[in-house]
Design a protein around this ligand. Structure first.
Ligand code: FDP
Length: 336
């Protein structure tokens, strides 16, 4: 019987090396990416054994957003900072887990905005969570440059869905690519991702329990459109958005404006702009989709004023984003 030939796959680092060479770019970005990938693998390892090692649970502290910090959040933060520091390529980082901007290497050339473990309600169940990041480049001629960047200025953004071994990476003007982890813990087989045009596979994803708290116009849009598509909601942005990229459709986290307890309203939305909304919007744009906020403004155009500012989010297939944008921007008199 003929032996099956060994299958050799292109690795993410091989893919990135070719990309950098093709565009006559430096190796600095590769070193940064190696650091982020190493961090993701390390986090994945801790996550897989989290229950057995007693790392699934609360740490006893509360983060800047008033949320209980899980032990795994802290581990993931420590791992990521370690690798970013050892890369020597990051001037400063912004993390969901840190109130202040984190200075890393004064001579670094990149800003990294990240959430090391997004989707905390899934952690205690060992279900999928995300390690999400956006990368922007420092203005190398301006030593004082440390300002916050809009998504349009990101050069790359990515998300690892942990612990599923999938990695989706978007490179500025070079597309969105998906990789899978192999038995040697390498991310391999770069596959170009483009949102499917056929609405047959499209899905809507949002927290349906919140629908009565949305604005009148958003509720109406949902009522008019939801039966046309399947509905899926994991409750971790990276996992939900992973499906949006594969199947098309729309993920949304609208403004909460009609909560029975007005203190629980979130007119600015829940997700964080720099390391959640802009990350998925950048990935989506490179895959042929788009994203807007509650005002119908493209997410990638929003200039952050605060590292942890929140944003509403509608992200996915262009026809759906255009449709919801028309609804969101209707004159008040037409809605009533
Ligand atoms: P979580 O609160 O569980 O950390 O912004 C974080 C996030 O998860 C996203 O990953 C997820 O899409 C969303 O919030 C889930 O929010 P709801 O629980 O309100 O649906």
């Amino acid at each position: 019987m003929a032996e099956k030939p060994i299958q050799f796959e292109e690795t993410v680092m091989g893919f990135l090396l070719n990309h950098q060479e093709k565009h006559h770019r430096t190796h600095h970005f590769l070193i940064l990416m190696d650091a982020l990938i190493s961090a993701a693998k390390h986090i994945e390892h801790y996550y897989l054994t989290g229950t057995l090692k007693g790392n699934i649970g609360l740490s006893g502290s509360v983060n800047i957003h008033g949320e209980d910090v899980m032990r795994m959040d802290q581990i993931a933060q420590e791992i990521t900072i370690h690798y970013l520091r050892s890369s020597g390529r990051v001037i400063h980082a912004i993390s969901e887990e840190s109130d202040k901007i984190i200075p890393i290497s004064p001579d670094g050339r990149y800003f990294v905005y990240f959430d090391p473990l997004d989707g905390s309600s899934n952690v205690r169940h060992g279900l999928p969570v995300g390690f999400m990041f956006g990368v922007a480049k420092k203005d190398l001629d301006n030593r004082g440059d440390n300002h916050l960047r809009s998504g349009n200025e990101y050069i790359a953004a990515g998300m690892f869905v942990i612990p599923t071994g999938t990695f989706t990476l978007a490179l500025k003007d070079a597309g969105t690519w998906r990789f899978h982890i192999d038995e040697t813990m390498e991310f391999v087989r770069p596959t170009r991702m483009t949102l499917p045009e056929n609405p047959k596979s499209w899905e809507l994803s949002f927290n349906s329990a919140n629908r009565y708290t949305y604005s009148e116009r958003v509720r109406t849009w949902i009522e008019q459109n939801e039966t046309k598509y399947a509905f899926r909601y994991v409750g971790a942005l990276a996992a939900d958005f992973h499906r949006t990229i594969s199947n098309g459709g729309m993920f949304m986290y609208p403004a909460i404006v009609n909560h029975p307890d007005p203190k629980k309203n979130r007119p600015q939305g829940k997700l964080r702009l720099m390391y959640e909304a802009a990350v998925v919007s950048f990935i989506c744009q490179e895959a042929g989709g788009s994203a807007v906020d509650e005002r119908g403004i493209p997410i990638l155009d929003i200039q952050p004023k605060d590292p942890h500012q929140r944003s509403t989010l509608y992200v996915g297939s262009k026809p759906l984003i255009e449709s919801i944008t028309r609804t969101l921007t209707l004159a008040e008199s037409v809605v009533q």
